[in-house]
Design a protein around this ligand. Structure first.
Ligand SMILES: NC(=O)c1ccc[n+]([C@@H]2O[C@H](COP(=O)([O-])OP(=O)(O)OC[C@H]3O[C@@H](n4cnc5c(N)ncnc54)[C@H](OP(=O)(O)O)[C@@H]3O)[C@@H](O)[C@H]2O)c1
Length: 271
């Protein structure tokens, strides 16, 4: 019997975390979404009878929204939260197909996308961690997980010469440091902070990729195939969420894991 808060629960992996974790009726599962009504309706339609789910509305880029969400969550959790999943994230096609030096030739658009990525993927999560920390400190599991990406790993980028997705990758790298800084601060309180990459997961992001865009992806896919010959392409959210939860269960502050940035395998093997 545990309590969970998951951001970005409207779709993709956030929805899947909520679906899997609420299967146990003794769990309390809180999904934070930007627009409450469609997700509440989806819960009623697809997860009928799961009275252990609460949907709270917040745009995580708005500090007051997160603060209000934390207050509302505390009413549900009794002020004691076991797990916080900082899953909501912004990825965009704008930076997906060209290297950073080409993108930066359009400074205005570059700054807009950079701000959106950093505000959503980094700054919002700093506020999220901070505003939920009183509840985490009173919880049993005391675990905070950020859904990070292999794209944010400096060594992987260097070794594979990864040129694409540079703004997204930069935001994920920055967030990794944030997670590790929080881990350093709260180690004495036995709080486990992790950044976990779920692998390459099909959550609909490839639906509208044109053949021309796919051709720009191809060299990166070839590189990945060499890096991990068993890599067979994107997996579905169901297995990816299962992988992330299994890594979380194997980690502990006592074993020195807090602040670690890991793959879905619980290692630095990203694919
Ligand atoms: N899919 C992958 O292959 C992959 C790989 C590595 C890491 N990740 C990371 O894993 C996480 C989940 O990925 P995903 O593929 O499931 O993402 P997704 O399908 O794009 O869903 C993103 C979620 O974040 C929410 N969100 C975005 N901005 C928000 C905001 N300002 N306030 C509140 N919610 C906001 C979205 O809500 P709306 O419905 O309102 O837009 C949505 O629920 C992300 O952090 C992503 O970077 C994914």
């Amino acid at each position: 019997m545990s309590s969970y808060v998951i951001t970005g629960a409207s779709r993709g992996m956030g929805w899947e975390f909520m679906r899997q974790l609420s299967r146990d009726p003794s769990n309390t599962v809180i999904g934070i979404v930007r627009d409450k009504l469609p997700t509440a309706k989806r819960v009623a339609d697809e997860l009928e009878g799961r009275s252990n789910i609460t949907i709270i509305e917040a745009d995580i880029t708005k500090y007051e929204d997160i603060k209000r969400a934390a207050t509302q969550a505390a009413i549900v959790t009794g002020g004691r939260l076991d797990y916080l999943f900082a899953n909501a994230g912004q990825s965009m096609f704008w930076d997906a197909f060209e290297p950073i030096g080409i993108l930066a030739e359009q400074p205005e658009e570059f700054e807009n996308v950079f701000s959106l990525m950093m505000n959503t993927n980094v700054l919002a999560n700093i506020h999220l961690y901070t505003l939920f920390m009183p509840q985490i400190l009173k919880g049993g599991a005391k675990t905070v997980v950020n859904l990070t990406s292999a794209m944010g790993d400096v060594e992987f980028t260097k070794d594979q010469d990864l040129t694409l997705g540079s703004l997204y990758a930069t935001s994920k790298a920055a967030m990794n440091m944030v997670t590790t800084k929080f881990a350093a601060q709260y180690k004495k309180d036995n709080v486990l902070f992790l950044g976990i990459c779920p692998g390459v997961v099909n959550t609909g992001q490839f639906d509208n990729v044109t053949p021309a865009q796919m051709a720009k992806f191809k060299p990166m896919l070839d590189t990945w195939q060499q890096y991990a010959p068993d890599f067979k392409g994107p997996v579905g959210p169901e297995s990816a969420v299962g992988d992330v939860l299994s890594v979380v269960q194997k980690c502990s502050v006592e074993n020195g894991d807090s602040g670690a940035i890991l793959s879905h395998l619980g290692t630095k093997q990203w694919l």
